[in-house]
Design a protein around this ligand. Structure first.
Ligand SMILES: NC(=O)c1ccc[n+]([C@@H]2O[C@H](COP(=O)([O-])OP(=O)(O)OC[C@H]3O[C@@H](n4cnc5c(N)ncnc54)[C@H](OP(=O)(O)O)[C@@H]3O)[C@@H](O)[C@H]2O)c1
Length: 264
C-alpha cells in the first residue's frame, strides 16, 4: 500500500478545505497529514479538531516530512514561499500549487536548476466534501517521474480529476475555481424572485435546489444534447419559452460569456 505523507502550506479558505478532505480520508491509514500557516493559530486549530493532522511550526518540518506538499498560500506569497521550500529541499517531493496565476516555469525557476517535481492544480473550496473537480497539469519532470502516477492517485482520492495543458489552466480556473460563485448568485436571484412572487424562502429553496441538482445530473447522465433536453420543457406559447425569451432579451447568455472571458 502506498503511504502518502501529505503537507498543506496555508490553512486559509482553500487549504482548510483540502485538509478537511484529507482528514476524512485518514481512516484509510495510508495518509499522514501535516499543515502549517503563517498565522500559527489557524493551523494549530486543525490539530485540536483532528487526531490525524499534525501541526508543523516551520516550512522545514513540512519539507522534511512530506512527499506531497499542497501550496495554498496567497498569490503574493506563492513565489517567495516556493523559494523558501526550494532552499530546504534535500529529497524528492511533489509541490502541488493551487495558486491561480503563477506558471510552472516561474515555480521551477525557484529551484535554480535543481530537480523540481511540480503540479499546478485548480479546484475550489467545495473540495472539503469532494464537491470540486480537480484540474491538474504536471511539469515535465513530474510527468516522467515515478511520482507522477502516485500524484494522480492522491488527487483522485480527493475528487474527480481532469488533466489539462498548462495553457488551458486559466480557463479551467474560471470553471473549476470561480464558477461556484456564479451559481450562488443565480440561486440567490431565484430565491429573491420566488419570495417576491409570494413563496416562503425555505420551501422555495428546497424545491429550487432539487430542481437544479436534478437538471445538472440529467445533463451529466443523458446522451441527449442540451438542446434536446431543453426542448422537452417547451410548450407552444407556454411559460417556459416566454421566460427564455425574456432571459435572452436581458442578455443572460451574453452576460455569462462576457464575464467568463473577462476573467481570462
Ligand atoms: N478560495 C478558493 O476557492 C480558491 C480556488 C482556487 C484557487 N485558490 C488559490 O488558493 C490560494 C489560497 O486561497 P485562499 O482563498 O485559501 O486564500 P486565504 O484564505 O487568504 O488563505 C491563504 C493562507 O495562506 C497563508 N500564508 C500566506 N503566506 C504564507 C506563508 N509564507 N507560509 C504559510 N502560510 C502562508 C495565510 O496565512 P495568514 O493566516 O497569516 O494570512 C492564509 O491562511 C490562492 O493562491 C488562490 O489563488 C483559491
Amino acid at each position: 500500500m502506498t503511504i502518502f505523507n501529505v503537507g498543506v502550506i496555508g490553512t486559509g479558505m482553500l487549504g482548510s478545505a483540502i485538509l478537511k478532505n484529507l482528514d476524512g480520508l485518514s481512516e484509510q491509514s495510508n495518509l499522514n497529514i501535516y499543515c502549517c500557516n503563517r498565522t500559527t493559530e489557524k493551523a494549530i486549530k486543525f490539530t485540536q479538531k483532528s487526531k490525524s493532522i499534525k501541526y508543523c511550526s516551520s516550512l522545514a518540518e513540512i519539507v522534511n516530512n512530506c512527499q506531497y506538499i499542497f501550496l495554498a498560500v496567497n498569490t503574493e506569497s506563492a513565489l517567495q514561499t516556493t523559494k523558501e521550500i526550494a532552499e530546504l529541499a534535500s529529497k524528492d517531493f511533489v509541490l502541488l500549487s493551487a495558486e491561480a496565476v503563477t506558471k510552472l516555469e516561474e515555480l521551477e525557476n525557484c529551484f535554480k536548476g535543481n530537480k523540481a517535481l511540480i503540479a499546478r492544480i485548480m479546484l475550489n473550496t467545495n473540495i472539503s466534501s469532494r464537491g470540486s473537480a480537480i484540474v491538474y497539469t504536471f511539469n515535465k519532470q513530474l510527468r516522467e517521474s515515478q511520482f507522477g502516477e502516485h500524484t494522480e492517485k492522491l488527487l483522485s482520492m480527493l475528487g474527480s480529476t481532469t488533466s489539462a495543458k498548462e495553457n488551458q489552466l486559466l480557463s479551467y480556473t474560471v470553471i473549476a475555481g470561480c464558477l461556484p460563485s456564479f451559481i450562488y448568485i443565480a440561486v440567490e436571484a431565484v430565491q429573491d424572485a420566488a419570495v417576491c412572487s409570494g413563496l416562503p424562502i425555505d420551501e422555495a429553496t428546497d424545491v429550487l435546489l432539487e430542481t437544479w441538482l436534478g437538471a445538472l445530473s440529467r445533463v451529466k447522465e443523458s446522451k441527449k444534447s442540451l438542446n434536446e433536453i431543453k426542448h422537452e420543457l417547451y410548450y407552444p406559447n407556454g411559460i417556459t419559452i416566454k421566460g427564455i425569451r425574456s432571459l435572452e432579451k436581458e442578455g443572460f447568455r451574453r452576460a455569462i460569456i462576457e464575464s467568463y472571458l473577462k476573467m481570462l
